[in-house]
Design a protein around this ligand. Sequence first.
Ligand code: FAD
Length: 317
Amino acid sequence: MKVTEHFEQAGDKTLVSFEVLPPLKGGSMQDIFDALDPLMDFKPPFIDVTYHREEYVYNMRASGYYEKTAIRKRPGTVGICASIMHRYGVDAIPHLICGGFNVEETENALIDLNFLGIDNVLALRGDARQFENKFTPEKGGHKYAKDLIKQIDQMNSGIYLDANIENGANTDFCIGVAGYPEKHFEAPNLNMDIEYTLQKIQAGGDYIVTQMFFDNQHYFKYVDACRKAGITVPIVPGLKPLTRKYQLNSIPRKFFVNMPEDLVKEIEKSDKEHTKEIGIEWCIQQSKELNEAGVPCLHYYTMGDSSTTKKIIEGFL
Ligand code: FAD
């Protein structure tokens, strides 16, 4: 079932959903099940599985020279989606990125997903690789998420890259896109970022999932600005609790979001055990307010920590 159909079916009720990361290479599917089993009582209608492209690593050879090798540390997105659907009977949403794929490879990946009965994808550009200072598309690949969305939308109309295919079977993907209440870090300003997000919706995007934020006002203002810009699709808030003190710096560095002063002050004066409690309580309050505001769904970035996610949901339900 499509994500948008889940929202329609839920009416005014706020749903909860989760995002999981594939285990590091060498890990097992059991790691994912262990992370999800305790959360299934909350009846998530869908679970997202992130995609991680290859990274360059430098290994020193016997000669003393460094050898550059490309490895994928977290492969398995599609297989994990299939396993999740099989075990829990819920929809699994693979993240699909532009980086590392040319358009042919993208088409083939989408055909695989379609054959597996996957109805939803979250279409993203992806980030620059480590040691690259800006995102570089694959030769013959997409530069922006918007272009990937257009390709999926074309397949939804039965149009494939090979012009010789006549009467191609229509796929029927529901397409999610990313949104940034505090602006994507490369965008010159929030309004232009929203304008580009509108273009993603016009290209075929069906709903938005936001980057994490720690102050709900960013989300509420963002939704208002999107509505004024003509974006009418559901906007799902993405939430992640802060659980360690070092995240006061690492989260802003990695995700370009701000930490509210009150939260920073409380965390700074806490010891290790209380840091986590404060982070969980903060996220409970955020969830409560968003739930009361009637958001379509609360989407938790679980990072494999089911007990923290469970405490948060139990805390606001
Ligand atoms: P785009 O929408 O293409 O935007 C990228 C930048 O280009 C923005 O600054 C935008 O303002 C600008 N832009 C867009 N169109 C134009 C245009 N026509 N002209 C000029 N500028 C333009 N990354 C992964 O690798 N794997 C994942 O699984 C993953 N999951 C994510 C899930 C969520 C909910 C979110 C919010 C992010 C996720 N990311 C993931 C990170 C994402 O790939 C990065 O944030 C990436 O830098 C941008 O992706 P995008 O799809 O928002 O790109």
